[in-house]
Design a protein around this ligand. Structure first.
Ligand SMILES: Cc1ncc(COP(=O)(O)O)c(C=O)c1O
Length: 408
């Protein structure tokens, strides 16, 4: 079995063909080979460039608003009994979610590459909203590919993209969700790669996109490790870091700095979208042991039928409604470093209601999946167990769905 190596960042533990164990790689058309290679060379140079790091840190602090808060959910903890529940409130970041880290870094890279145009995909609309914000800030022209179903269900984020001057390209193929948006955006990039930079919105895609995104969102755990040490004096003996998993960028970023702690001390729990209770459809390839296949340029676990055709997914949460998952998470599953499970639409809605009843927090439907697992396991644990949930998105974008489902 492949093992995680100590002392090397996980994003760098791939072989020369871009594989983390069996996962990842570069399944790309010939025309993309040069732009992907050029981007890899540029990124490897920039991540060692002190000036670039200073620039990244400057914008993370002065524009993104790092660090985001970390606090105890005392009322929820007292209500449930058992383990302490804490939140890392990443939704405080500029724009309302973690997607701002990846969008900022990609925009800074695009500037260094001399590109004037930037394109990206989005599901929940946060990746698109943040890319439109970063494009506006750094003077790039921006196009966002988004499934027609998601345009309807995430209107507030679409309004924000348009306000920031981005063009939204509706995608009508397939399930009209994130998977189709990523495909269409890649297709566009194939024909426009000379002038245009592509920002894939999660830790998915060909190897270099997984790396850039994971490197960017790792800001979350860099901050959290400092905050934990300030709060508890050291990393607690029993720590559980719970995060929802769509493509896997928030969860990877939330866990990265803790990668080399013993899993008995720091456990990673990834919560995928289990879909509606009364449906066989889900978006949880890791939980339900989906087969390995190629999607969006990388080998990964993919929800598929027995013929190997990609299966449509279903989830109340547009951000988790994706058939594939990051090769980094496939690797974390196979090495048993992380545990993966799913929460249904209804469990996520119940968790949203409970969290908002007891706390001044408004987690979007994606992190509500993570809260569902925290709520499930906390009562069975002792008070010295610390559960931290990454509240990685704000529910403002979900107001129409919440009104429809909960009447508020
Ligand atoms: C708030 C929020 N959380 C989670 C996700 C899932 O993506 P990832 O797994 O890449 O963090 C999304 C995706 O759009 C999102 O908007």
């Amino acid at each position: 079995m492949t093992k995680i190596k100590k002392g090397i960042p996980l994003i760098d533990q791939h072989d020369k063909n871009g594989f983390w164990g069996k996962f990842g790689g570069n399944f790309i058309p010939e025309t993309l080979k040069k732009p992907v290679d050029d981007l890899s060379v540029l990124f490897e140079k920039l991540r060692k460039d002190k000036k670039f790091i200073q620039e990244r840190d400057f914008y993370f602090k002065n524009w993104v608003g790092s660090p985001t808060s970390f606090f105890k959910l005392e009322n929820l903890t007292n209500h449930l009994g058992g383990a302490q529940i804490w939140a890392k409130v990443v939704s405080e970041a500029n724009g309302g979610a973690h997607k701002i880290y990846n969008a900022t870094v990609h925009s800074l890279i695009a500037k260094r590459a001399g590109k004037k145009y930037i394109v990206g995909d989005t599901g929940a609309g946060y990746a698109g909203k943040m890319l439109s914000m970063a494009a506006k800030k750094f003077g790039l022209k921006c196009k966002i590919f988004m499934g027609a179903k998601d345009i309807k269900r995430q209107k507030p984020n679409c309004d924000a993209m348009r306000k920031n001057g981005a063009e939204i390209v509706p995608v009508y193929t397939g399930s009209q969700t994130l998977i189709d948006a990523v495909s269409e955006c890649m297709r566009y990039w194939v024909s426009n790669c000379d002038t245009t930079h592509n920002c894939i919105g999660s830790t998915v895609g060909p190897n270099i996109f997984v790396k850039i995104c994971g490197w960017s969102t790792s800001q979350i755990s860099r901050e959290l490790l400092i905050q934990i040490k300030e709060e508890f004096g050291k990393v607690p003996k029993k720590l559980k870091l719970i995060n929802c998993v769509g493509g896997g960028s928030s969860s990877f970023g939330f866990w990265n700095e803790f990668m080399h702690y013993d899993k008995k001390q720091v456990q990673f729990i990834g919560v995928e979208a289990g879909g509606p209770t009364n449906s066989k459809k889900h978006a949880a390839p890791l939980t339900y042991n989906s087969k390995i296949g190629v999607l969006h340029g990388a080998m990964q676990y993919v929800v598929q039928n027995s013929d190997g055709q990609i299966e449509e997914t279903e989830s109340i949460s547009a951000g988790l409604d994706y058939s594939g998952v990051s090769p980094l998470h496939c690797f974390l599953k196979d090495t048993k470093r992380a545990r993966y499970c799913a929460a249904t639409d209804e469990q996520a809605l119940n968790a949203y209601q409970l969290v908002t009843k007891f706390e001044n927090l408004n987690p979007s439907l994606e992190p509500s999946h993570a809260f569902a697992e925290a709520i499930k396991i906390a009562p069975k644990m002792s008070r010295n167990t610390i559960i931290i949930v990454n509240s990685c998105g704000d529910a403002h974008k979900d107001r129409d769905i919440l009104k429809q489902r909960l009447g508020k």
